[in-house]
Design a protein. Structure first.
Ligand code: SIN
Length: 481
């Protein structure tokens, strides 16, 4: 492939390490089914090598001044922006999302380095008024140490950036394990690390067995923190393993986002918000609307307008101009979408647009809207992770809140109203880590991203996101009499 960022070897201790005849993982383009390359199927041994490299780099990296770390992050930001087009192309080829979204993701990723690079200069300590006349109390902040990250295929550049930028800013080296469907966007960070002259061992990328990687980083005493974005069941297993060794964890897990439209909402705005919220990345997003709850007075009108816009979405290979919906990542993704639609229609839901595999074949699926959906259907409790919008009906505000909170998840939520008092009430009543009023996109590097309940632990982005990579040290200075 003609792309300077395309590498098929792993990046460990500042060097490119190939499979050397060992096992590899083939990576395909979900839009065409073509194999675009292969990466090493590394396991515990190579993960341990990366941990050793990161451990060796740790004292040197943490000793850099805040200014120096900030400048490195700034250079990574610039490199991502300078090469946004090439990186976007690589991302679309391995993941399938439309090029405009892929370029947007690269810019989003870059912003994490800009934001955390600036924050590196503001990791302040504290002086606590002492209860003793002859003693003083200070609080200092220190990097937690070597970080291991495990990231998903749906945002292969931004999820690594979100973790890596915070780690580097705080003074922590990192080992990244990308999803096997999308390793190339991760390996591109190795190219960028070389480009900006990041000291060796500070950023490492290991591809291969997630199980072996997780086993090694949980057990290896040099790793002090594990950060994961992915499903709740895997997050629970990782957190349980990490707990055996008392390691810090950040877990960004599954969601079941409600998108509530009240009778008094600006309907045009709500329809547009629902489109972007549901169909960004073809619905393969933890924060995308999984349930659209519409008040009875506007239900029919909303359904009609929304379905008309959904039907007009252009489906195709993300590399082609004007495409708004790419393929799903794989056949398993399509099977889940079909299962949810089948279950819902068997229990009385109606398909008002879409509903089946797209004529383009492969893992393309028609953007779909279902109406008359109820809580008895699988789609109401299970994250679809695909381009299906189920429309639920409610009568009162209390009912909407009860329906919205009726899930073990608590990541993102959205609602549309023009009533200020209702806005406050609903914002407070929603049991979610993130709530957006009259907006369908909530993510930004400057705000704390994260969930409550079974959607995870910790926050990413914002000043709160940096705390997850920092240990607090209490220093007592005595004998001052
Ligand atoms: C995700 O789906 O995991 C993250 C999406 C985002 O950052 O907006």
């Amino acid at each position: 492939m003609e792309n300077a960022f395309f590498r098929q070897d792993c990046f460990i201790n500042g060097a490119w390490i190939g499979a050397s005849g060992g096992d590899t993982i083939a990576v395909n383009n979900p839009a065409t089914g073509e194999i675009i390359g292969a990466v090493p199927r590394f396991g515990r041994l190579e993960t341990a090598q990366a941990v050793d490299a990161a451990s060796t780099a740790f004292p040197l990296w943490r000793a850099k001044t805040a200014d120096e770390r900030s400048e490195y992050c700034g250079k990574v930001y610039q490199a991502l922006m300078d090469h946004q087009a090439k990186l976007g192309e690589l991302l679309t080829m391995e993941m399938g999302k439309p090029l405009a979204e892929a370029r947007g993701e690269v810019a989003y990723a870059a912003q994490f380095f800009k934001w955390f690079g600036e924050e590196a200069r503001r990791i302040y300590g504290d002086v606590i008024p002492s209860p003793w006349a002859d003693k003083r109390i200070i609080v200092t902040k220190e990097p937690v140490g070597v970080v291991a990250s495990i990231t998903p295929w749906n945002f292969p550049t931004a999820m690594i950036a979100r973790k890596t930028a915070a780690a580097l800013a705080a003074g922590c080296p990192i080992i990244c394990k990308p999803a096997s469907q999308t390793p190339f966007s991760a390996l591109a960070f190795g190219v960028i690390a070389e480009m900006v002259g990041l000291p060796k061992g500070v950023l490492n990328v290991v591809t291969g067995s997630a199980q072996e990687f997780a086993d090694e980083v949980c057990k290896n005493p040099a790793v002090r923190k594990i950060t994961f974005t992915g499903s709740t069941p895997v997050g629970k297993m990782l957190a349980a393993n990490a707990a055996k060794y008392m390691k810090r964890v950040s877990m960004e897990l599954g969601g079941n986002a409600p998108f509530i439209v009240f009778d008094d909402a600006d309907l045009d705005r709500a329809v547009d918000g629902a489109i972007i919220c549901k169909y960004r990345n073809s619905g393969q997003t933890c924060v995308c609307a999984n349930r659209i709850l519409v008040q009875s007075g506007i239900y029919d009108e909303f359904a009609e307008r929304f379905a008309a816009k959904v039907a007009a979405l252009k489906v195709g290979n993300g590399l082609e101009g004007g495409v708004e919906q790419g393929p799903l990542i794989d056949e398993a993704g399509v099977a889940k979408v079909e299962e949810h639609i089948g279950d819902a229609t068997a229990k009385g839901a109606q398909i008002i647009t879409g509903g089946k595999r797209h004529e383009k074949g492969g893992s393309f699926f028609e953007p779909t809207v279902l109406r008359d959906v109820t809580a008895a259907m699988k789609i109401s409790s299970d994250e679809t992770f695909g381009p299906v919008a189920p429309l639920f009906k409610f009568d009162t505000e209390e009912e909407a809140i009860r329906m919205a909170n009726d899930t073990e998840y608590g990541l993102a939520s959205y609602f549309y109203t023009k009533d200020l008092a209702r806005a406050w009430r609903v914002m407070e009543a929603l049991e979610y880590g993130m709530v957006a009023l009259n907006e369908g996109i909530i993510s930004t590097p400057v705000a704390p991203f994260g969930g409550v309940k079974e959607s995870g632990l910790g926050r990413e982005g914002s000043k709160y996101g940096l705390d997850d990579y920092i240990n607090i040290k209490y220093g007592l200075f005595g004998g001052l009499e």
